[in-house]
Structure formats: C-alpha cells, structure tokens
Design a protein around this ligand. Structure first.
Ligand code: FES
Length: 106
C-alpha cells in the first residue's frame, strides 16, 4: 500500500530540475520535465550521491558524482538498461497547488 505525501507547491521545482525531499525515512528526488512531475529514489544506486542535484538532459538525470544516467520517470539505469540496477520510481500527483508523491507504507 502507498500513501501520498505533499512535498512542495507548484512553482517550487523549476522546469528541467530536481529537488530532494525526505518522505517516511527515505530521500525522494522529484523532477519537473516538460511540465510533468516524476519521482525516483534520490540516493544513487552506485555510491549514494543525491540525484536531485544532477543535470537533467533528454529525460535522464546525470549523477553528480560519476555521471551514471537514470531515467527521471522510471528510474532505469540508462547506461545499462538490462541491469537490475536502477532507482525505484514513485507516483506523483498534483492536488490544487500541492505536489504529492506516493511512497509505500508498511
Ligand atoms: S554515486 Fe552516482 S554514479 Fe557514482
């Protein structure tokens, strides 16, 4: 089961960038790309950098430490898409002015 959490208001995440937010004990990176929000785990699968601070190009975020590329919508590791390595992705919705992310609750 997942629950939605409000992380920011519309306008607080600039187009083409990401921001990280703590939700229920994890860090989630929320991106705004072409007017659509998406969310993936913020902590890079490689060595733990914050992906939200990476550059975003063509739907991919470049990890700021070693430049591994992840899809901002699905979390796929784009340098090796067949690999099991990747970032979890989360559902995002906008309710009024609030950006909300669904994360699993136990
Ligand atoms: S920590 Fe992200 S690529 Fe190394």
């Amino acid at each position: 089961m997942a629950e939605f959490y409000t992380v920011a208001r519309v306008g607080e995440i600039p187009e083409g960038e990401g921001r990280s937010f703590p939700i229920e004990g994890r860090m989630v990176a929320v991106f705004l790309l072409d007017g659509e929000y998406s969310a993936i785990d913020d902590i890079c699968s490689h060595m733990g950098a914050s992906l939200a601070s990476g550059n975003v190009e063509n739907g991919a975020v470049y990890c700021p430490w070693h430049a591994w590329r992840f899809c901002v919508k699905e979390g796929t590791w784009l340098d090796n898409p067949k690999s099991a390595i990747g970032q979890k992705c989360f559902e995002v919705r906008v309710v009024g002015e609030e950006i909300q992310v669904a994360v699993p609750v136990e």
